[in-house]
Design a protein around this ligand. Structure first.
Ligand code: NAP
Length: 272
């Protein structure tokens, strides 16, 4: 059964529509690139490691006959972010943005430096928001297209002890839900994808030992599941969540809470 199917219109996208993927040099982003190339989409691949992007681009051009451009960018640097924004604004062939580039948190909150906090929050929240804002007006005007934001189940679980990373991913979920409400009626599909632990380089990059983690999803399985949600036009896709009644209950409780907010007076428990 589809998880929270949306009421948005399902646009029929031409097969040649270009997909821009951030963080495409490894892991989830590289796998999205492979899957979209297999679906005969042209691609723009974005990350810092140009050599890896070029190698992936060569492989995908040869294997699938698609056009693949490489855009080297450090998505924590203002000038580089601006270049990617300009491409999303100006290149009318791009109809899908996969906001995937991200990093995990190294160490607990007390160990965070100001620079590390800035980098993490910029890469995981400000940049994807700016990139979505760069493409949204064009997609809304065209009445088609998609924005996919990669969040994380950590964004719903302060218990996991990654407070800054989890906060950035809570932001991604909220932003996606808001954009789905704002842009959905204009024909733009917005999806939040919430993976749990997935076998990629992110953990090693953050100094964590993946082999110590109890359950790990393979990256191909994660992206294939996310694409099932994409094809169904789900607003929120949580591949590792087996019983989607839990999500429905959570979202239902949130809606009920909104109905219980009465703004004119404080609740009796706060009145002296
Ligand atoms: N793996 C998991 O368990 C898991 C779980 C939940 C959510 N996620 C999310 O999934 C997304 C993808 O992560 P992944 O697991 O595939 O990890 P990954 O293999 O480490 O991939 C991260 C990608 O982001 C790029 N990137 C990192 N810093 C960047 C920067 N400053 N500027 C531009 N690109 C940058 C990396 O490329 P370069 O180094 O070449 O720049 C790489 O392509 C992230 O948003 C992550 O939070 C992952």
């Amino acid at each position: 059964m589809a998880l929270n199917p949306t009421l948005q219109a399902t646009p029929t996208m031409a097969l040649s529509n270009t997909v821009l993927i951030t963080g495409a040099s490894s892991g989830i982003g590289a796998t999205y690139a492979q899957r979209f190339a297999q679906r005969r989409h042209d691609l723009v691949l974005v990350a810092r490691d140009a050599a890896r992007l070029q190698a992936l681009a060569d492989t995908l051009r040869t294997a699938h006959g698609v056009k693949v451009d490489v855009l080297q960018a450090d998505l924590t640097r203002p000038a580089d972010i601006a270049r990617v924004e300009a491409r999303l604004r100006d290149d009318a062939s791009i109809s899908t943005l996969i906001n995937n580039a991200g990093m995990a948190q190294t160490g607990g909150f007390a160990a965070q430096t100001a620079d590390a906090i800035d980098r993490l929050i910029t890469l995981n929240t400000s940049t994807p928001t700016r990139l979505a804002a760069a493409i949204a007006p064009r997609l809304a005007a065209a009445g088609t297209g998609a924005i996919v934001n990669i969040g994380s189940v950590v964004g719903m679980a302060p218990e996991f002890g990654m407070s800054v990373y989890g906060a950035t991913k809570a932001f991604v979920l909220f932003l996606s839900q808001g954009l789905a409400l704002e842009l959905g009626p204009k024909g733009v599909y917005v999806q939040a994808v919430l993976p749990a632990t997935t076998r990629t380089e992110i953990w090693e990059r953050a100094g964590m030992d993946l082999s110590a983690m109890p359950e790990v999803m393979e990256v191909g399985e994660l992206v294939d599941a996310a694409l099932v949600g994409f094809d169904r036009r789900e607003a929120v896709t949580i591949p590792p969540l087996h019983d989607d009644a839990h999500w429905s209950a959570l979202d239902g409780a949130r809606q009920a809470l909104l109905g219980g907010l009465r703004q004119a007076h404080a609740a009796p428990r706060y009145q002296r």
